[in-house]
Design a protein around this ligand. Structure first.
Ligand SMILES: *[C@@H]1O[C@H](CO)[C@@H](O)[C@H](O)[C@H]1NC(C)=O
Ligand SMILES: *[C@@H]1O[C@H](CO)[C@@H](O)[C@H](O)[C@H]1NC(C)=O
Ligand SMILES: *[C@@H]1O[C@H](CO)[C@@H](O)[C@H](O)[C@H]1NC(C)=O
Length: 420
């Protein structure tokens, strides 16, 4: 990709480098919604029996958390954290959205029935309960964890055990489901993201790395072996010194552990790809190798303490939900929830506060970047959702609350210290 040296940047160079850096190119807003709407809500004819929760569509509870893009389709996930969410996994076909429609309606995916809760919240492993974030792999498959739990305030319902789902996007067909065994996951489920490691030349040899922010664990699933193992490490836990948040005029304290895993470049010395990970409540980045995560033998040995290491510190207010490594630019991008920003770090530099930059920051429109992913072209997609306001105050339903953004990595870093 050709780097465009903007004339504004050249002019600024005459003044100071800092002025040049302030010209970083922002993300492009794709859609924005005041509240989510659905295109295909089924008739709500079912009687609500005594003691049952009213699951009729209630727009305010529909808080989108995840976005991925694949070949003109956006997949948006809405975890069931309030009653009245008609579908936890949805799609927008961009080719059918009329130009100028900034707030298109969602369609349940892969179908409405798969998204429908059974009466009395009966377990049904063919249906989806609650999905936080999804990822598309190099083989055009959509991967995600259904947590199996309705996280209703004061009244959580464990409908069924968590399941890993894989859907072939070329045929919109569920190709595999893996029920996560009780022997691995007991207690609360905090699997809100996953990262898929596979080459397009060997689709059977795929691994999913699944962090769990509640149990401070990383689960690894091998598609070839249809097997899962687990790593636990002190670096997966939150950092109490980074637990205070001040966002959108609200003060709150969080304790989320390991949250996001990014696959880095191949380290030729180690003969394996680098793995970057962080707890959300932390400003330290940690690393290991794909060869470590992919070894059930190492996981079972419980003797891997030194194979997970801190890489460095990003600096205050850089707590991050999702992050992603872009192989074209060699840059790691972060969704930063304590300062309403997208940040970056060039992996050719030393990991430290001075080598991190802000690509886009906005205290009104970028509050709580909940997801950051890339599509097969390398384009970055970001979802912002104002979640702290929804949790601790009240969203203004007459104003825009949820936004989807995109940008090419090479353009995003222009004029920042990540661009070299
Ligand atoms: C269920 O909720 C909907 C939307 O809030 C409401 O219109 C309806 O009256 C409720 N039904 C019952 C039986 O409470
Ligand atoms: C990484 O590099 C090593 C050494 O060059 C090579 O043997 C290995 O196949 C590479 N791995 C990947 C995943 O590209
Ligand atoms: C809500 O948003 C609308 C539209 O931007 C604005 O006119 C109104 O003042 C806002 N209400 C509050 C309470 O901020």
């Amino acid at each position: 990709m050709v780097m465009v040296a903007s004339s504004g940047c050249v002019a600024a160079l005459i003044l100071t480098i800092a002025a040049c850096r302030s010209t970083a190119i922002k993300f492009e807003k794709v859609f924005e919604w005041k509240q989510l709407t659905f295109a295909d809500l089924p008739e709500q004819s079912r009687e609500i029996s005594d003691g049952a929760v009213n699951e009729t569509f209630q727009p305010y509870g529909n808080m989108p958390m995840g976005v991925v893009h694949h070949k003109q389709r956006l997949f948006i996930s809405i975890p069931r954290r309030r009653p009245g969410i008609p579908a936890t996994l949805t799609v927008i076909d961009l080719s059918t959205v009329p130009g100028g429609n900034r707030s298109p309606p969602l369609f349940a995916y892969p179908s409405h029935s798969v998204n429908q809760l059974q009466p009395g919240y009966r377990s049904d492993l063919n249906r989806l309960v609650s999905v936080y974030r999804t990822r598309v792999d190099a083989c055009e498959r959509l991967w995600f964890i259904d947590t199996g739990t309705l996280n209703y305030p004061d009244n959580p319902v464990r409908v069924q055990d968590p399941q890993l789902w894989i859907i072939d996007l070329r045929h919109d067909r569920v190709v595999h489901r893996y029920l996560i065994p009780d022997s691995i996951v007991f207690g609360d489920v905090g699997m809100v993201s996953l990262t898929v490691d596979v080459e397009s030349t060997d689709c059977a040899r795929a691994y999913a790395y699944i962090p769990d922010l509640v149990s401070n664990a990383i689960y690894v699933y091998s598609l070839q072996d249809d097997d899962m193992w687990v790593f636990s490490h002190s670096s997966f836990a939150y950092d109490p010194s980074r637990s205070q948040f001040h966002v959108a005029g609200l003060d709150y304290e969080w304790d989320d552990g390991v949250f996001s895993i990014a696959i880095g470049q191949n380290d030729t010395m180690a003969g394996s790809k680098l793995i970057f990970y962080h707890p959300m409540v932390s400003t330290t980045e940690f690393g290991t190798y794909a060869s470590v995560l992919q070894s059930k033998r190492i996981a079972m040995s419980h003797n891997y303490d030194e194979l997970f290491q801190p890489l460095g510190e990003r600096g205050p207010n850089t707590q991050s939900t999702m992050h992603h490594y872009d192989p074209q630019t060699g840059v790691l991008f972060y969704a930063q929830v304590a300062r309403n920003a997208i940040g970056c770090w060039n992996t050719r530099q030393i990991y430290g506060p001075d080598t991190h930059a802000v690509v886009h920051q906005d205290d009104l429109e970028l509050v709580y970047p909940s997801d950051l992913s890339s599509d097969s072209d390398g384009t970055l997609w970001v979802l912002t959702n104002n979640m702290p306001i929804w949790m601790y105050s009240r969203l203004n339903e007459s104003d825009y609350n949820f936004r989807v953004w995109k940008q090419s990595p090479a353009i995003a870093i222009q004029g920042t210290k990540c661009d070299n």
